[in-house]
Design a protein around this ligand. Sequence first.
Ligand SMILES: Nc1ncnc2c1ncn2[C@@H]1O[C@H](COP(=O)(O)OP(=O)(O)OP(=O)(O)O)[C@@H](O)[C@H]1O
Length: 496
Amino acid sequence: MGKTISGKEGFALRDPDSLLVLAVQKVSKIYRLWNRPSDRLKYSIVRRAAAFTSMFSSTARLAGLLAQTCDSLMQEFYALREVSLEVWRGEVVGIVGRNGSGKSTLLQIIAGTLQPTSGYVKTYGKVAALLELGSGFNPEYTGRENVFMNAAVLGLSHKEVQGKMEEILSFADIGGFIDQPLKTYSSGMVVRLAFAVQVAMNPEILIVDEALAVGDEAFQRKCFARLEELKEKGTTILFVTHDTAKVVSLCSRAVLLDQGEKLVEGSPKNVVAIYHKLLYGKETDRGRLREEFERLESSSPPEPATRRALSVTGVSLGTTESIEEGFFDPNFVSQSVVEYPAQEVRIIDPHLETLTGRRVNHLRRGKEYAYIYKVCFEREAWRVRFGSLLKTVDGVALGGMVSHCEEDPLPYVPAGEVLEVRFRFRCHLLPGTYFLNAGVVARHACEEEFLHRLIDVVIFRVLPEPALRVNSYVDFLEEVTLRSASGSLLNGKETS
Ligand SMILES: Nc1ncnc2c1ncn2[C@@H]1O[C@H](COP(=O)(O)OP(=O)(O)OP(=O)(O)O)[C@@H](O)[C@H]1O
């Protein structure tokens, strides 16, 4: 990490060796909320009168009364309160938070389109912002003319834009529309063109605010692929989204804003876990959430070496045949379980077994297993469903399994019942470490709510294998064949 030097305002100044590209220092944004629209005018008159009367000692009391009147006409609302953030070159920082938590306000202040009430923002390098995409475009001009104008605003010369025009057109992919007035475009086409211009600038810092949600799915995928490419090239990206899976898969760090304040900042997986708790867990004690986050951050990630598991005492290997189906290491347990409050219903003993009933937490690719847990109902429940979710170490959701579909749940469970849930599955996962969640939902009034939920409650490994011809997480390959031009088979089996 680069070095920072404290400046006049306690601000980080650029050191030649520094890799700091963005420093946000105690930024607050206060909005005035008026009780009635006419109060805004009243306020400016009364405030002037208060300032005038305060100049004379004989009217000091009147000045005080006028100042009080001013205060009663409006309330101050903190959209952001003393937020500080430092971002380093090549980082991808995800900003998450509930609606109205201040995410867009922060990005707009960083992009320079909104002034903070107090605090400072300093950026080092070319900044491109995908905020309200296309807002700088003129509807009367053609797409091409808009590209030149927009790029000029972003600091690109006419010649530079010409050099990049092919790249912009190919990315935006709007065909002949490029020479039509912008007012004839669909909103999706405007976003495509605006995104293409911004990323063609090769910015040092790219700010993205949910902008990509506007385009169609294929375009979104293309945008994310471009963001990944920029990330590889070392572009710093600041990214606001409600899609937490994207935060986990794309970001190197995440920040959770709540009520205008930075609640926590750290690894995307843990920040997302706390964010989910804030969203669904009815947990409002922010001090407790911070403490829980610290605990999650300090718990060390699981050791990757499978060799350790094999040599550990207490490892249940079973017979030679059963080793083929994996084994159980009692020391290999999840360090990052997040438990949501139980609503008088409790999930107990979630674990994995072979089909012959032997506990395992080291599995073999291609074999069948069961994911099992018991659920104790201390109260009755209606329209019940049981579920699980499989995730990678980075928190990327790979697949969910549920006992019933939403339209056809288990109609009723009486109080005192204990049910066993068993998901049988074939392990199509590649060697690596994975987590499982467990959850029970029931219908309460008109909505489905969690009765109990455990995140990352089971950790397991899929054992390494030599000479694999598949990669990433899931093995869905059946067969590969390689054939010469003459038709002879060079590899694989002949199929009829
Ligand atoms: N011009 C304004 N005047 C008054 N309040 C404002 C103004 N702009 C934003 N706010 C308030 O500031 C708070 C933060 O808004 P902001 O748009 O930054 O939230 P957000 O986290 O981006 O929300 P969302 O996820 O819904 O986009 C909100 O409560 C919003 O109502």
